[in-house]
Design a protein around this ligand. Structure first.
Ligand SMILES: [Zn+2]
Length: 409
């Protein structure tokens, strides 16, 4: 029977990585106690493909359910905004972009990246499915189509004379259930001189550090350079460069172009491919070890938080991000352990975390409610959060990190 077909290569070689059972949707924040009771649960079962090594979810929740109203606004993270600015500077000089070029970004969010191109007079077009977020971009005069990107849209755009010199897909390939259709759509829009730039958190850190909290319904796929290159090649694209980035606890920026374009292939590609082989990303054992890493981490989080609560300590958390939700729910942590969570995004204030139903407040609440400990849920932003809270004087207690195991910082 088996588990079905790989969403990338189509092979019948899927094996379980971790099965969470039924979980609430990680980015859907109930607005009331009542809504908490009506919360929808969906299976969350991650598998890997023994043929192309793509880590992926077995079941696909419909994207409309996940992305039509999306509460992740990129503009709320300063680390992220700086990262975007640096990327744009580099892209403009590296790919010689001018006022006659066109930059197309897929999943352009609120336009936090594209606005940097516009400031340099380079025309842009964003594609963003979440209505509330696309409208924010449009209100800032960033040309944005409110829709999903796929082969069908790509063909329409091409007919309308859209010939992008640079197509950007940062942290979106993971969110695409029909991976082959998406990549075929990008390939269709590229000319021999165009560049395709992709960023995604590398599955390597997820696997080696037990970062199971990167797994949630919105992430259908979890790429390595191997599995990414595999799907690109299937659609006539070739990886010409790869960089490792510190974002999301270890990301890759992959640059690709049409296979027959005359680009030099950077030595970094073969180097990272080899490194992935050396790290065991193309061996069964790393995938088989993952379950143990995840359960060790889970027990360490439960043990530390419970012992603090038993000793009368008050615990709050920072960051109502999707990541944190998988962690809290898998560790069965609720309001009896964590009193509340603070987050900068006003869209989430006075809502509840999915599953754990912990209330979400503005960061300012730390002035009046003073927990002893603050659990930092987005581990990729730990340093930024600690620096901000220390300099603002909002919090004088201690911080708790959860990677690779729970620890007091
Ligand atoms: Zn596969």
């Amino acid at each position: 029977m088996g588990l079905g077909k790989c969403r990338s290569c189509g092979a019948n070689t899927l094996i379980t990585l971790i099965d969470f059972g039924d979980m609430p949707l990680a980015n859907s924040y109930p607005a009331s106690e009542d809504a908490c009771q009506r919360e929808m649960l969906m299976p969350l079962h991650a598998v890997f493909c023994e043929t192309c090594w793509l880590v992926q979810l077995l079941d696909s929740v419909s994207p409309e359910l996940l992305f039509d109203q999306y509460s992740y606004l990129s503009s709320y993270s300063t680390t992220w905004l700086e990262h975007a600015e640096r990327f744009v500077d580099k892209a403009i000089s590296k790919w010689n972009l001018t006022k006659d070029s066109l930059v197309l970004e897929i999943a352009s969010n609120d336009g936090y990246l594209l606005k940097n191109f516009l400031a340099r007079k380079i025309p842009v077009l964003g594609v963003e499915p979440a209505e509330n977020i696309a409208l924010q971009a449009i209100s800032q005069e960033i040309p944005t189509l409110q829709t999903y990107f796929n082969l069908d849209l790509s063909q329409k755009l091409k007919k309308d004379g859209i010939n992008p010199d640079l197509v950007i897909a940062n942290n979106v390939m993971a969110h695409v259930p029909s991976l082959n259709d998406f990549v075929a759509g990008v390939a269709n829009l590229l000319s021999p001189s165009s560049i395709f730039s992709i960023e995604f958190p590398s599955v390597q850190t997820l696997l080696t550090e037990g970062q199971f909290d990167q797994i949630y319904h919105e992430h259908y796929s979890y790429f390595s350079l191997h599995s990414c290159s595999d799907v690109l090649e299937r659609h006539g694209l070739r990886v010409i460069d790869v960089e490792t980035l510190p974002t999301h606890g270890g990301s890759l920026r992959v640059t690709a172009a049409l296979g027959d374009a005359k680009n030099n292939v950077s030595g970094s590609v073969a180097e990272l491919m080899e490194k992935e082989v050396q790290s065991g990303l193309c061996d069964l054992s790393i995938y088989q070890r993952f379950g143990k890493l995840a359960s060790d981490r889970t027990s360490s989080v439960m043990r530390l938080l419970k012992s603090l609560v038993d000793n009368g300590k008050v615990i709050a958390a920072y960051g109502a991000a999707a990541k944190g939700n998988t962690l809290l729910n898998y560790c069965h942590i609720d309001r009896s352990i964590i009193d509340f969570v603070v987050d900068k995004s006003p869209l989430k204030h006075n809502h509840f975390l999915p599953g754990s139903h912990i209330p979400i407040y503005d960061v300012d609440i730390l002035e009046t409610k003073t927990p002893d400990f603050l659990v930092l849920l987005p581990y990729n932003l730990e340093n930024e959060i600690i620096a901000q809270l220390k300099s603002s004087g909002l919090f004088s207690g201690q911080f708790i990190g959860t990677l690779p195991q729970a620890h007091i910082i």
